[in-house]
Design a protein. Structure first.
Length: 500
Protein backbone atom coordinates (compact mmCIF):
# COMPACT_ATOMS: atom_id res chain seq x y z
CA UNK A 1 0.00 0.00 0.00
CA UNK A 2 2.83 2.38 0.92
CA UNK A 3 4.64 1.66 -2.35
CA UNK A 4 1.50 2.55 -4.29
CA UNK A 5 1.10 5.88 -2.50
CA UNK A 6 4.77 6.83 -3.08
CA UNK A 7 4.46 6.00 -6.82
CA UNK A 8 1.28 8.10 -7.16
CA UNK A 9 3.02 10.94 -5.28
CA UNK A 10 6.07 10.84 -7.60
CA UNK A 11 3.88 10.81 -10.74
CA UNK A 12 1.82 13.70 -9.42
CA UNK A 13 5.00 15.66 -8.57
CA UNK A 14 6.56 15.12 -12.03
CA UNK A 15 3.31 16.12 -13.79
CA UNK A 16 2.99 19.31 -11.69
CA UNK A 17 6.59 20.24 -12.50
CA UNK A 18 6.08 19.69 -16.24
CA UNK A 19 2.93 21.84 -16.16
CA UNK A 20 4.81 24.50 -14.23
CA UNK A 21 7.56 24.75 -16.87
CA UNK A 22 4.89 25.00 -19.59
CA UNK A 23 5.10 21.48 -21.06
CA UNK A 24 2.08 20.28 -23.13
CA UNK A 25 0.69 17.24 -21.26
CA UNK A 26 -1.97 16.17 -23.83
CA UNK A 27 0.12 13.35 -25.48
CA UNK A 28 1.09 12.04 -22.04
CA UNK A 29 -2.54 12.02 -20.81
CA UNK A 30 -3.70 10.17 -23.97
CA UNK A 31 -0.89 7.63 -23.56
CA UNK A 32 -1.78 7.14 -19.88
CA UNK A 33 -5.47 6.58 -20.67
CA UNK A 34 -4.56 4.07 -23.38
CA UNK A 35 -2.29 2.19 -20.99
CA UNK A 36 -5.01 2.09 -18.32
CA UNK A 37 -7.54 0.84 -20.87
CA UNK A 38 -5.21 -2.00 -21.94
CA UNK A 39 -4.56 -2.85 -18.29
CA UNK A 40 -8.31 -3.15 -17.53
CA UNK A 41 -8.90 -5.35 -20.60
CA UNK A 42 -6.01 -7.69 -19.82
CA UNK A 43 -7.14 -8.00 -16.19
CA UNK A 44 -10.58 -8.97 -17.42
CA UNK A 45 -9.14 -11.63 -19.70
CA UNK A 46 -7.12 -12.95 -16.78
CA UNK A 47 -3.78 -12.24 -18.38
CA UNK A 48 -2.42 -10.33 -15.43
CA UNK A 49 -4.66 -11.83 -12.84
CA UNK A 50 -2.82 -15.11 -12.88
CA UNK A 51 -3.79 -16.49 -9.52
CA UNK A 52 -7.27 -15.10 -9.15
CA UNK A 53 -9.25 -18.36 -9.40
CA UNK A 54 -7.47 -20.33 -6.75
CA UNK A 55 -9.20 -20.88 -3.46
CA UNK A 56 -6.78 -20.74 -0.56
CA UNK A 57 -7.67 -22.19 2.81
CA UNK A 58 -4.92 -21.49 5.29
CA UNK A 59 -6.23 -23.25 8.37
CA UNK A 60 -8.35 -26.07 7.23
CA UNK A 61 -10.85 -27.30 9.76
CA UNK A 62 -11.84 -30.53 8.08
CA UNK A 63 -10.88 -34.08 8.93
CA UNK A 64 -11.34 -37.61 7.63
CA UNK A 65 -14.05 -38.09 10.29
CA UNK A 66 -16.17 -35.52 8.42
CA UNK A 67 -16.33 -37.89 5.44
CA UNK A 68 -18.77 -40.77 5.59
CA UNK A 69 -17.55 -44.29 4.72
CA UNK A 70 -14.85 -44.53 2.03
CA UNK A 71 -12.63 -46.48 4.42
CA UNK A 72 -10.26 -47.82 1.78
CA UNK A 73 -9.53 -44.48 0.03
CA UNK A 74 -9.11 -42.82 3.43
CA UNK A 75 -6.63 -45.48 4.54
CA UNK A 76 -4.65 -45.30 1.29
CA UNK A 77 -4.50 -41.52 1.48
CA UNK A 78 -3.40 -41.54 5.13
CA UNK A 79 -0.60 -43.96 4.30
CA UNK A 80 0.62 -41.70 1.51
CA UNK A 81 0.41 -38.64 3.76
CA UNK A 82 2.74 -40.27 6.29
CA UNK A 83 5.52 -39.66 3.76
CA UNK A 84 4.70 -35.96 3.76
CA UNK A 85 4.39 -35.70 7.53
CA UNK A 86 7.59 -37.62 8.22
CA UNK A 87 9.52 -35.94 5.41
CA UNK A 88 12.80 -35.65 7.37
CA UNK A 89 12.80 -39.39 8.00
CA UNK A 90 11.95 -39.99 4.36
CA UNK A 91 14.91 -37.79 3.38
CA UNK A 92 17.28 -39.58 5.76
CA UNK A 93 16.28 -42.96 4.37
CA UNK A 94 16.85 -41.71 0.84
CA UNK A 95 13.24 -42.44 -0.11
CA UNK A 96 11.88 -40.53 -3.08
CA UNK A 97 9.14 -38.21 -1.70
CA UNK A 98 5.58 -38.61 -2.88
CA UNK A 99 4.85 -35.67 -5.14
CA UNK A 100 1.44 -36.39 -6.51
CA UNK A 101 -1.66 -38.38 -5.57
CA UNK A 102 -4.34 -38.94 -8.16
CA UNK A 103 -7.92 -39.44 -6.99
CA UNK A 104 -10.04 -41.12 -9.63
CA UNK A 105 -13.75 -41.82 -9.54
CA UNK A 106 -17.22 -40.76 -10.66
CA UNK A 107 -18.55 -37.25 -9.93
CA UNK A 108 -19.73 -36.45 -6.42
CA UNK A 109 -18.02 -39.36 -4.70
CA UNK A 110 -16.00 -37.19 -2.30
CA UNK A 111 -12.66 -36.61 -4.04
CA UNK A 112 -12.54 -32.91 -3.12
CA UNK A 113 -13.51 -33.75 0.45
CA UNK A 114 -10.66 -36.27 0.68
CA UNK A 115 -8.15 -33.70 -0.55
CA UNK A 116 -9.38 -31.19 2.03
CA UNK A 117 -9.20 -33.78 4.79
CA UNK A 118 -5.65 -34.63 3.66
CA UNK A 119 -4.69 -30.99 4.26
CA UNK A 120 -6.31 -31.03 7.69
CA UNK A 121 -4.62 -34.33 8.56
CA UNK A 122 -1.15 -33.14 7.59
CA UNK A 123 -1.57 -29.58 8.94
CA UNK A 124 -0.96 -28.10 5.51
CA UNK A 125 -2.09 -24.96 3.73
CA UNK A 126 -4.69 -25.95 1.13
CA UNK A 127 -4.94 -24.37 -2.30
CA UNK A 128 -7.60 -25.67 -4.60
CA UNK A 129 -8.04 -24.94 -8.27
CA UNK A 130 -9.37 -26.59 -11.39
CA UNK A 131 -7.65 -27.76 -14.57
CA UNK A 132 -9.84 -25.47 -16.66
CA UNK A 133 -8.46 -22.39 -14.87
CA UNK A 134 -5.14 -22.90 -16.66
CA UNK A 135 -6.50 -23.02 -20.15
CA UNK A 136 -6.23 -19.78 -22.10
CA UNK A 137 -5.99 -19.12 -25.80
CA UNK A 138 -2.86 -16.99 -25.20
CA UNK A 139 0.35 -19.01 -25.34
CA UNK A 140 2.32 -18.99 -22.13
CA UNK A 141 -0.48 -17.82 -19.82
CA UNK A 142 -1.30 -21.34 -18.59
CA UNK A 143 2.37 -22.10 -17.90
CA UNK A 144 2.71 -18.82 -16.01
CA UNK A 145 -0.34 -19.70 -13.94
CA UNK A 146 1.17 -23.06 -13.02
CA UNK A 147 4.40 -21.31 -11.88
CA UNK A 148 2.37 -18.84 -9.86
CA UNK A 149 0.34 -21.58 -8.24
CA UNK A 150 3.39 -23.37 -6.86
CA UNK A 151 4.96 -20.09 -5.80
CA UNK A 152 1.81 -19.01 -4.05
CA UNK A 153 1.50 -22.33 -2.20
CA UNK A 154 5.03 -21.94 -0.81
CA UNK A 155 4.43 -18.28 0.12
CA UNK A 156 1.14 -19.01 1.86
CA UNK A 157 2.74 -21.78 3.91
CA UNK A 158 5.60 -19.47 4.94
CA UNK A 159 3.17 -16.69 5.92
CA UNK A 160 1.18 -19.19 7.99
CA UNK A 161 4.41 -20.61 9.41
CA UNK A 162 3.50 -24.06 8.17
CA UNK A 163 5.83 -26.64 6.74
CA UNK A 164 3.44 -28.16 4.26
CA UNK A 165 1.13 -27.10 1.46
CA UNK A 166 -1.29 -29.19 -0.53
CA UNK A 167 -2.27 -28.07 -4.00
CA UNK A 168 -5.51 -29.62 -5.20
CA UNK A 169 -6.26 -29.58 -8.93
CA UNK A 170 -9.75 -30.77 -9.86
CA UNK A 171 -10.46 -31.88 -13.45
CA UNK A 172 -6.77 -32.57 -14.04
CA UNK A 173 -7.66 -34.15 -17.40
CA UNK A 174 -8.22 -30.65 -18.81
CA UNK A 175 -4.68 -29.62 -17.94
CA UNK A 176 -2.99 -33.01 -18.12
CA UNK A 177 -4.68 -34.55 -21.17
CA UNK A 178 -2.65 -36.45 -23.74
CA UNK A 179 -0.30 -34.02 -25.46
CA UNK A 180 -0.75 -33.16 -29.11
CA UNK A 181 -4.50 -33.89 -29.02
CA UNK A 182 -5.76 -30.32 -28.79
CA UNK A 183 -6.28 -27.88 -31.61
CA UNK A 184 -4.47 -25.11 -29.74
CA UNK A 185 -2.07 -27.80 -28.55
CA UNK A 186 0.98 -25.58 -28.20
CA UNK A 187 -0.60 -23.73 -25.28
CA UNK A 188 -1.94 -26.96 -23.72
CA UNK A 189 1.42 -28.68 -24.05
CA UNK A 190 3.31 -25.73 -22.58
CA UNK A 191 1.00 -25.70 -19.56
CA UNK A 192 1.38 -29.42 -18.94
CA UNK A 193 5.15 -29.23 -19.45
CA UNK A 194 5.31 -26.51 -16.83
CA UNK A 195 3.37 -28.67 -14.38
CA UNK A 196 5.82 -31.53 -14.97
CA UNK A 197 8.76 -29.17 -14.46
CA UNK A 198 7.30 -27.91 -11.18
CA UNK A 199 6.68 -31.47 -10.00
CA UNK A 200 10.21 -32.50 -10.85
CA UNK A 201 11.45 -29.53 -8.83
CA UNK A 202 9.61 -30.61 -5.67
CA UNK A 203 11.99 -31.93 -3.01
CA UNK A 204 12.19 -32.72 0.70
CA UNK A 205 15.07 -30.35 1.21
CA UNK A 206 13.06 -27.13 1.19
CA UNK A 207 11.39 -25.45 4.18
CA UNK A 208 7.92 -26.06 2.69
CA UNK A 209 6.94 -29.55 1.59
CA UNK A 210 4.52 -29.52 -1.31
CA UNK A 211 2.09 -32.24 -2.28
CA UNK A 212 -0.08 -32.19 -5.37
CA UNK A 213 -3.45 -33.93 -5.20
CA UNK A 214 -5.39 -34.12 -8.44
CA UNK A 215 -8.84 -35.49 -9.19
CA UNK A 216 -10.40 -36.79 -12.36
CA UNK A 217 -13.39 -38.76 -13.62
CA UNK A 218 -11.44 -39.68 -16.76
CA UNK A 219 -8.00 -41.12 -15.93
CA UNK A 220 -7.94 -42.65 -19.43
CA UNK A 221 -7.50 -39.17 -20.93
CA UNK A 222 -4.33 -38.37 -18.97
CA UNK A 223 -0.93 -38.04 -20.60
CA UNK A 224 1.32 -40.94 -19.62
CA UNK A 225 4.06 -38.50 -18.55
CA UNK A 226 1.88 -37.33 -15.70
CA UNK A 227 1.39 -40.86 -14.39
CA UNK A 228 4.96 -42.08 -14.50
CA UNK A 229 6.83 -42.91 -11.25
CA UNK A 230 7.97 -39.76 -9.50
CA UNK A 231 4.89 -37.79 -10.52
CA UNK A 232 1.30 -38.94 -9.90
CA UNK A 233 2.45 -42.40 -9.02
CA UNK A 234 -0.12 -42.96 -6.25
CA UNK A 235 -3.62 -43.53 -7.49
CA UNK A 236 -6.52 -43.75 -5.10
CA UNK A 237 -9.79 -45.03 -6.50
CA UNK A 238 -12.89 -43.37 -5.04
CA UNK A 239 -15.90 -45.39 -6.12
CA UNK A 240 -19.64 -45.15 -5.47
CA UNK A 241 -20.19 -45.89 -1.77
CA UNK A 242 -21.34 -49.36 -0.65
CA UNK A 243 -24.29 -49.88 1.71
CA UNK A 244 -22.31 -49.21 4.92
CA UNK A 245 -20.70 -46.10 3.43
CA UNK A 246 -24.09 -44.85 2.24
CA UNK A 247 -25.46 -45.22 5.75
CA UNK A 248 -22.47 -43.36 7.21
CA UNK A 249 -22.87 -40.53 4.66
CA UNK A 250 -26.61 -40.25 5.34
CA UNK A 251 -25.96 -40.17 9.09
CA UNK A 252 -23.40 -37.40 8.61
CA UNK A 253 -25.75 -35.28 6.54
CA UNK A 254 -28.64 -35.80 8.98
CA UNK A 255 -26.58 -34.76 12.00
CA UNK A 256 -27.71 -31.15 11.76
CA UNK A 257 -31.30 -32.05 10.89
CA UNK A 258 -34.21 -32.99 13.17
CA UNK A 259 -34.78 -36.65 12.39
CA UNK A 260 -37.86 -38.53 13.58
CA UNK A 261 -36.96 -41.27 16.05
CA UNK A 262 -38.58 -43.88 13.80
CA UNK A 263 -36.70 -42.80 10.70
CA UNK A 264 -34.68 -45.71 9.36
CA UNK A 265 -31.59 -44.50 7.53
CA UNK A 266 -30.39 -48.10 7.06
CA UNK A 267 -33.44 -48.77 4.88
CA UNK A 268 -32.70 -45.67 2.80
CA UNK A 269 -29.05 -46.74 2.48
CA UNK A 270 -30.20 -50.17 1.26
CA UNK A 271 -32.42 -48.72 -1.48
CA UNK A 272 -29.95 -46.18 -2.82
CA UNK A 273 -27.55 -48.45 -4.70
CA UNK A 274 -25.49 -46.46 -7.20
CA UNK A 275 -25.96 -43.13 -5.40
CA UNK A 276 -22.89 -40.95 -4.91
CA UNK A 277 -22.18 -39.01 -1.72
CA UNK A 278 -23.50 -35.90 -3.47
CA UNK A 279 -26.79 -37.71 -4.26
CA UNK A 280 -27.12 -38.81 -0.63
CA UNK A 281 -26.48 -35.28 0.61
CA UNK A 282 -29.24 -34.22 -1.75
CA UNK A 283 -31.60 -36.89 -0.36
CA UNK A 284 -31.09 -35.57 3.20
CA UNK A 285 -31.59 -32.00 1.99
CA UNK A 286 -34.70 -32.76 -0.07
CA UNK A 287 -36.21 -34.73 2.82
CA UNK A 288 -35.80 -31.69 5.08
CA UNK A 289 -37.41 -29.46 2.41
CA UNK A 290 -40.37 -31.87 2.11
CA UNK A 291 -40.82 -31.92 5.90
CA UNK A 292 -40.75 -28.12 5.95
CA UNK A 293 -43.28 -27.92 3.09
CA UNK A 294 -45.63 -30.06 5.15
CA UNK A 295 -44.99 -27.77 8.11
CA UNK A 296 -43.57 -30.72 10.04
CA UNK A 297 -40.97 -30.26 12.76
CA UNK A 298 -39.11 -33.52 12.09
CA UNK A 299 -37.99 -35.46 9.02
CA UNK A 300 -39.94 -38.70 8.75
CA UNK A 301 -39.26 -41.88 6.83
CA UNK A 302 -41.87 -40.90 4.19
CA UNK A 303 -39.94 -37.70 3.51
CA UNK A 304 -36.69 -39.61 3.09
CA UNK A 305 -38.33 -42.13 0.76
CA UNK A 306 -39.96 -39.39 -1.28
CA UNK A 307 -36.62 -37.59 -1.47
CA UNK A 308 -34.99 -40.73 -2.90
CA UNK A 309 -37.65 -40.85 -5.64
CA UNK A 310 -37.12 -37.19 -6.35
CA UNK A 311 -33.36 -37.61 -6.66
CA UNK A 312 -33.77 -40.64 -8.97
CA UNK A 313 -36.57 -39.40 -11.18
CA UNK A 314 -36.97 -35.67 -10.64
CA UNK A 315 -39.70 -33.36 -9.42
CA UNK A 316 -43.25 -34.64 -9.04
CA UNK A 317 -45.49 -33.48 -11.89
CA UNK A 318 -49.06 -33.16 -10.70
CA UNK A 319 -51.15 -32.36 -13.79
CA UNK A 320 -49.60 -34.75 -16.27
CA UNK A 321 -52.57 -37.11 -16.26
CA UNK A 322 -55.20 -35.24 -18.16
CA UNK A 323 -57.40 -38.25 -18.70
CA UNK A 324 -58.41 -41.35 -16.76
CA UNK A 325 -57.49 -43.62 -19.67
CA UNK A 326 -53.78 -42.78 -19.46
CA UNK A 327 -53.83 -43.20 -15.69
CA UNK A 328 -55.41 -46.65 -16.11
CA UNK A 329 -52.82 -47.67 -18.72
CA UNK A 330 -49.92 -46.55 -16.53
CA UNK A 331 -51.38 -48.44 -13.57
CA UNK A 332 -51.73 -51.63 -15.68
CA UNK A 333 -48.17 -51.20 -16.98
CA UNK A 334 -46.60 -50.71 -13.54
CA UNK A 335 -48.63 -53.51 -11.97
CA UNK A 336 -47.35 -55.82 -14.73
CA UNK A 337 -43.75 -55.00 -13.73
CA UNK A 338 -44.56 -55.50 -10.06
CA UNK A 339 -46.38 -58.83 -10.57
CA UNK A 340 -43.49 -60.38 -12.47
CA UNK A 341 -40.94 -58.97 -10.06
CA UNK A 342 -42.77 -60.41 -7.06
CA UNK A 343 -43.33 -63.78 -8.78
CA UNK A 344 -39.69 -64.20 -9.78
CA UNK A 345 -38.13 -62.63 -6.69
CA UNK A 346 -40.59 -62.77 -3.78
CA UNK A 347 -40.38 -59.70 -1.53
CA UNK A 348 -38.63 -57.62 -4.18
CA UNK A 349 -41.26 -54.89 -4.67
CA UNK A 350 -40.73 -51.93 -2.41
CA UNK A 351 -43.23 -49.49 -3.86
CA UNK A 352 -45.48 -49.03 -6.90
CA UNK A 353 -46.59 -45.59 -7.93
CA UNK A 354 -48.46 -43.89 -10.76
CA UNK A 355 -47.23 -40.44 -9.81
CA UNK A 356 -45.32 -38.95 -12.71
CA UNK A 357 -41.87 -37.61 -12.03
CA UNK A 358 -39.34 -36.30 -14.50
CA UNK A 359 -39.74 -38.44 -17.62
CA UNK A 360 -41.42 -41.37 -15.86
CA UNK A 361 -45.21 -41.65 -15.79
CA UNK A 362 -45.06 -44.23 -13.01
CA UNK A 363 -42.53 -46.64 -11.58
CA UNK A 364 -41.86 -49.63 -9.39
CA UNK A 365 -39.15 -49.33 -6.79
CA UNK A 366 -37.37 -52.54 -5.88
CA UNK A 367 -35.83 -53.48 -2.58
CA UNK A 368 -32.09 -53.86 -2.89
CA UNK A 369 -31.11 -56.91 -0.89
CA UNK A 370 -27.43 -57.13 -1.62
CA UNK A 371 -25.10 -55.53 -4.09
CA UNK A 372 -23.84 -57.76 -6.85
CA UNK A 373 -20.87 -57.52 -9.09
CA UNK A 374 -21.64 -60.71 -11.03
CA UNK A 375 -24.88 -61.81 -12.64
CA UNK A 376 -25.85 -65.32 -13.67
CA UNK A 377 -27.80 -65.99 -16.85
CA UNK A 378 -31.00 -66.72 -14.88
CA UNK A 379 -30.62 -63.47 -12.90
CA UNK A 380 -30.30 -61.51 -16.16
CA UNK A 381 -33.29 -63.37 -17.62
CA UNK A 382 -35.38 -62.35 -14.62
CA UNK A 383 -34.30 -58.69 -14.96
CA UNK A 384 -35.30 -58.73 -18.62
CA UNK A 385 -38.67 -60.35 -17.89
CA UNK A 386 -39.44 -57.66 -15.29
CA UNK A 387 -38.60 -54.99 -17.86
CA UNK A 388 -40.77 -56.59 -20.56
CA UNK A 389 -43.72 -57.11 -18.22
CA UNK A 390 -45.02 -53.52 -18.44
CA UNK A 391 -45.66 -53.61 -22.20
CA UNK A 392 -46.91 -57.23 -22.10
CA UNK A 393 -49.34 -56.36 -19.36
CA UNK A 394 -50.74 -53.55 -21.54
CA UNK A 395 -50.96 -55.96 -24.49
CA UNK A 396 -52.73 -58.71 -22.51
CA UNK A 397 -55.12 -56.63 -20.46
CA UNK A 398 -55.73 -53.57 -22.67
CA UNK A 399 -55.47 -55.15 -26.10
CA UNK A 400 -52.41 -53.24 -27.34
CA UNK A 401 -49.08 -51.79 -26.29
CA UNK A 402 -48.18 -48.08 -26.10
CA UNK A 403 -45.07 -45.95 -26.49
CA UNK A 404 -44.56 -45.93 -22.73
CA UNK A 405 -42.25 -48.94 -22.77
CA UNK A 406 -39.45 -47.45 -24.90
CA UNK A 407 -37.12 -47.01 -21.94
CA UNK A 408 -37.86 -50.52 -20.63
CA UNK A 409 -37.03 -52.01 -24.03
CA UNK A 410 -33.81 -50.10 -24.26
CA UNK A 411 -32.66 -51.42 -20.88
CA UNK A 412 -33.82 -54.93 -21.76
CA UNK A 413 -31.83 -54.85 -25.02
CA UNK A 414 -28.71 -53.74 -23.17
CA UNK A 415 -29.03 -56.76 -20.87
CA UNK A 416 -29.63 -59.09 -23.82
CA UNK A 417 -26.50 -57.79 -25.51
CA UNK A 418 -24.64 -58.41 -22.26
CA UNK A 419 -25.85 -62.04 -22.31
CA UNK A 420 -24.57 -62.55 -25.85
CA UNK A 421 -21.27 -60.70 -25.43
CA UNK A 422 -20.39 -62.53 -22.20
CA UNK A 423 -20.87 -65.94 -23.79
CA UNK A 424 -24.14 -66.79 -22.04
CA UNK A 425 -26.28 -67.23 -25.16
CA UNK A 426 -26.73 -70.37 -27.29
CA UNK A 427 -23.74 -69.17 -29.37
CA UNK A 428 -21.46 -69.79 -26.41
CA UNK A 429 -18.16 -67.91 -26.27
CA UNK A 430 -17.99 -65.39 -29.09
CA UNK A 431 -15.91 -62.51 -30.29
CA UNK A 432 -18.11 -59.50 -30.96
CA UNK A 433 -15.72 -58.31 -33.67
CA UNK A 434 -15.94 -61.60 -35.55
CA UNK A 435 -19.67 -62.20 -35.12
CA UNK A 436 -21.66 -60.93 -38.14
CA UNK A 437 -24.06 -58.14 -37.15
CA UNK A 438 -27.07 -60.03 -38.52
CA UNK A 439 -26.26 -63.11 -36.42
CA UNK A 440 -25.90 -60.93 -33.33
CA UNK A 441 -29.26 -59.31 -34.07
CA UNK A 442 -31.01 -62.68 -34.56
CA UNK A 443 -29.68 -64.14 -31.32
CA UNK A 444 -30.78 -61.03 -29.41
CA UNK A 445 -34.25 -61.25 -30.96
CA UNK A 446 -34.46 -64.95 -30.12
CA UNK A 447 -33.69 -64.28 -26.46
CA UNK A 448 -36.22 -61.45 -26.29
CA UNK A 449 -38.97 -63.56 -27.93
CA UNK A 450 -38.34 -66.49 -25.59
CA UNK A 451 -38.42 -64.24 -22.49
CA UNK A 452 -41.54 -62.47 -23.78
CA UNK A 453 -43.28 -65.85 -24.03
CA UNK A 454 -42.24 -66.81 -20.52
CA UNK A 455 -43.45 -63.45 -19.16
CA UNK A 456 -46.77 -63.76 -20.97
CA UNK A 457 -47.30 -67.20 -19.41
CA UNK A 458 -46.79 -65.79 -15.90
CA UNK A 459 -49.17 -62.87 -16.50
CA UNK A 460 -51.89 -64.82 -18.28
CA UNK A 461 -55.02 -65.44 -16.21
CA UNK A 462 -54.05 -62.87 -13.61
CA UNK A 463 -56.59 -60.26 -14.78
CA UNK A 464 -58.69 -60.12 -11.61
CA UNK A 465 -55.62 -59.84 -9.43
CA UNK A 466 -54.12 -57.20 -11.70
CA UNK A 467 -57.32 -55.17 -11.79
CA UNK A 468 -57.54 -55.24 -8.01
CA UNK A 469 -54.03 -53.79 -7.69
CA UNK A 470 -54.78 -51.28 -10.47
CA UNK A 471 -57.91 -50.01 -8.65
CA UNK A 472 -56.04 -49.53 -5.37
CA UNK A 473 -53.15 -47.90 -7.20
CA UNK A 474 -55.42 -45.44 -9.04
CA UNK A 475 -57.17 -44.39 -5.87
CA UNK A 476 -54.08 -44.16 -3.63
CA UNK A 477 -51.48 -43.13 -6.27
CA UNK A 478 -48.91 -45.37 -4.63
CA UNK A 479 -48.83 -48.59 -2.68
CA UNK A 480 -46.05 -50.04 -0.59
CA UNK A 481 -44.54 -53.47 -1.19
CA UNK A 482 -46.21 -54.75 1.98
CA UNK A 483 -49.70 -53.60 0.86
CA UNK A 484 -49.05 -55.10 -2.57
CA UNK A 485 -48.13 -58.47 -1.08
CA UNK A 486 -51.25 -58.34 1.11
CA UNK A 487 -53.45 -57.88 -1.98
CA UNK A 488 -51.58 -60.72 -3.70
CA UNK A 489 -52.09 -63.16 -0.85
CA UNK A 490 -55.75 -62.15 -0.50
CA UNK A 491 -56.71 -62.23 -4.17
CA UNK A 492 -53.95 -64.41 -5.61
CA UNK A 493 -55.43 -67.55 -4.09
CA UNK A 494 -58.80 -66.95 -5.81
CA UNK A 495 -56.99 -66.40 -9.05
CA UNK A 496 -55.11 -69.67 -8.76
CA UNK A 497 -58.34 -71.54 -8.01
CA UNK A 498 -60.01 -69.86 -10.99
CA UNK A 499 -57.21 -70.68 -13.41
CA UNK A 500 -56.80 -74.26 -12.14
P1 LIG B 1 -16.48 -33.98 -8.80
O1 LIG B 1 -15.77 -35.11 -9.45
O2 LIG B 1 -17.78 -33.67 -9.47
O3 LIG B 1 -15.64 -32.77 -8.55
P2 LIG B 1 -16.08 -34.94 -6.12
O4 LIG B 1 -15.81 -36.39 -6.18
O5 LIG B 1 -14.92 -34.04 -5.92
O6 LIG B 1 -16.96 -34.50 -7.35
P3 LIG B 1 -17.05 -33.74 -3.74
O7 LIG B 1 -17.01 -32.34 -4.27
O8 LIG B 1 -15.96 -34.14 -2.82
O9 LIG B 1 -17.14 -34.74 -4.94
O10 LIG B 1 -18.44 -34.03 -3.03
C1 LIG B 1 -19.62 -33.31 -3.38
C2 LIG B 1 -20.55 -33.27 -2.20
O11 LIG B 1 -21.07 -34.58 -1.95
C3 LIG B 1 -19.86 -32.88 -0.90
O12 LIG B 1 -19.91 -31.50 -0.70
C4 LIG B 1 -20.66 -33.62 0.15
O13 LIG B 1 -21.79 -32.88 0.52
C5 LIG B 1 -21.15 -34.85 -0.56
N1 LIG B 1 -20.31 -36.05 -0.31
C6 LIG B 1 -19.69 -36.80 -1.25
N2 LIG B 1 -19.08 -37.85 -0.68
C7 LIG B 1 -19.28 -37.76 0.64
C8 LIG B 1 -18.89 -38.54 1.76
N3 LIG B 1 -18.16 -39.64 1.61
N4 LIG B 1 -19.28 -38.13 3.00
C9 LIG B 1 -20.03 -37.03 3.15
N5 LIG B 1 -20.44 -36.26 2.13
C10 LIG B 1 -20.08 -36.60 0.89
Amino acid sequence: MKKKEITIGIIFGVLSYLLYIGYDLTPLVILGLLGYFLYVISRKRGLLNLANHQKVIENINFSFEDIGGLDTPKQELKEALEFLIKSSLVYKMGIRPIKGILLTGPPGTGKTLLAKAAAGYSDAVFISTSGSEFIEMYAGVGAQRVRNLFQKAREMARIQKKHRAIIFIDEIEVLGGKRGNNTSHLEYDQTLNQLLVEMDGMSTETDVQLLLIAATNRPDLLDSAILRPGRFDRQVKVDFPDKESRLAILQLHCLNKPLDKNADLAEIAATTYGFSGAHLENVANEAAILALREKGSVIKQVHLREAVDKVILGEKLSDRFKNAETLHRVAVHETGHALISETLNPGSVDQITVTSRGNALGYVRHTQKEEQSLYTKSALDKEIMILLAGALSEELFLGERSTGAANDFQQAMELVQQIVSTGLSRLGVISLELLPEKEFYYVCQEIIRELENQTRKVLQGKDILLLRVVEVLKSKEKISGREFRQILSKHGNHEETRTA
